[in-house]
Structures are given as structure tokens and as C-alpha cells.
Design a protein around this ligand. Structure first.
Ligand SMILES: Cc1cc2nc3c(=O)[nH]c(=O)nc-3n(C[C@H](O)[C@H](O)[C@H](O)COP(=O)(O)OP(=O)(O)OC[C@H]3O[C@@H](n4cnc5c(N)ncnc54)[C@H](O)[C@@H]3O)c2cc1C
Length: 128
């Protein structure tokens, strides 16, 4: 794919896009005079854990796994097919808060004897 920036003021290309300008020039292309060859590239790779709006981790049938919450890079699908650069900071704050709140709420709603970690066997026996 060719990206033509020859209509842009050459001084802007040389100063504001100095890295790009120098990199192409080193390869023999003056982007102030000719189009540059560009190609799509992966920006990021995210995890495959599916969550719902309450950050509950979902099984493949869409039902939640009891007591398991997730947020951040381990999850996928929050941003659609691509995550725009810089959005991860907001994501981890927003979804991390939701996941923490939901996990605390679920723990508080357990009968007292279920709060003991020895009773987490139900989670460790889970079959996805
Ligand atoms: C080079 C680089 C630049 C970036 N720049 C930006 C940017 O400018 N703006 C932006 O929004 N995003 C940016 N990101 C993305 C952003 O930093 C991440 O998406 C975000 O930090 C992910 O947060 P997280 O909590 O999901 O995961 P992490 O920050 O990876 O946290 C996971 C934590 O879990 C811990 N852990 C792992 N395994 C275990 C285990 N078994 N037991 C206990 N703990 C464990 C790890 O030590 C780590 O502390 C950048 C990422 C990189 C790599």
C-alpha cells in the first residue's frame, strides 16, 4: 500500500515526522517527493479470557465461572478487533475497579464458612 504525503508541507514532514522522514530517507525514499510504502502490522496481542460487563469470567457456553473475575490484558474482546494505542491505561482502571468490586461483593455474600480458603475446592474442581 502506498501512502502519499507529498501534499504536506515538506518542513512539517522533516520536523514533526522527523523519525519517519529519516528512516525512509535512509532507505532511499524522500517522502516529501514520493509516496512511501506502508503495510498493516499487529499493534498488540491480548488474552483470550471472555468476561461480561461485571468482569465475571465466562465459559464457552457464555455462563459465568463462579467466583472468577478478570480485567486487563488477560481478557480479550473489550476493544473489538483492535485496541487503539493508549486505551489500556483506562481499561485497567475501569475494569480492574469493576472486577475488584464484584469480587468483594461476591465474597461478602458467601455464607461465613465459605469465606475460608479451604472451601475454595468448588473453584479448583471446576471443569471448563
Ligand atoms: C512497552 C509497552 C508500552 C505500553 N504503553 C502503553 C501506553 O502508552 N498507554 C497505554 O494505555 N497502555 C500501554 N501499554 C499497555 C499497558 O501497559 C498494559 O495493557 C497494562 O499494563 C496491562 O495491565 P494488566 O494489569 O492487565 O497486566 P500487567 O500490568 O501485565 O499485570 C499483570 C501482573 O500479574 C503478575 N503476575 C503474572 N503471573 C502471576 C502469577 N502467577 N501470580 C501472581 N502474579 C502474577 C505480573 O507480575 C504483573 O504484575 C504498554 C505496554 C507495553 C508492553
Amino acid at each position: 500500500m502506498l501512502f502519499d504525503a507529498t501534499g504536506v508541507d515538506p518542513d512539517i514532514l522533516r520536523t514533526r515526522y522527523a523519525d519517519t522522514f529519516k528512516r525512509y530517507l535512509a532507505a532511499g525514499v524522500d517522502i516529501t517527493r514520493e509516496p512511501m510504502l506502508v503495510a498493516p502490522a499487529p499493534h498488540t496481542s491480548l488474552g483470550g479470557v471472555c468476561i461480561d460487563a461485571r468482569c465475571r469470567v465466562l465459559k464457552s457456553d457464555g455462563s459465568p465461572i463462579p467466583g472468577l473475575f478478570a480485567a486487563g490484558e488477560v481478557t480479550g474482546g473489550i476493544h473489538g478487533l483492535n485496541r487503539i494505542g493508549g486505551n489500556a491505561g483506562t481499561e485497567v482502571l475501569v475494569f480492574g475497579r469493576i472486577a475488584g468490586r464484584e469480587a468483594a461483593s461476591e465474597a461478602n455474600n458467601q455464607p461465613r464458612n465459605m469465606r475460608n480458603t479451604r472451601n475454595l475446592s468448588t473453584l479448583s474442581n471446576f471443569q471448563p
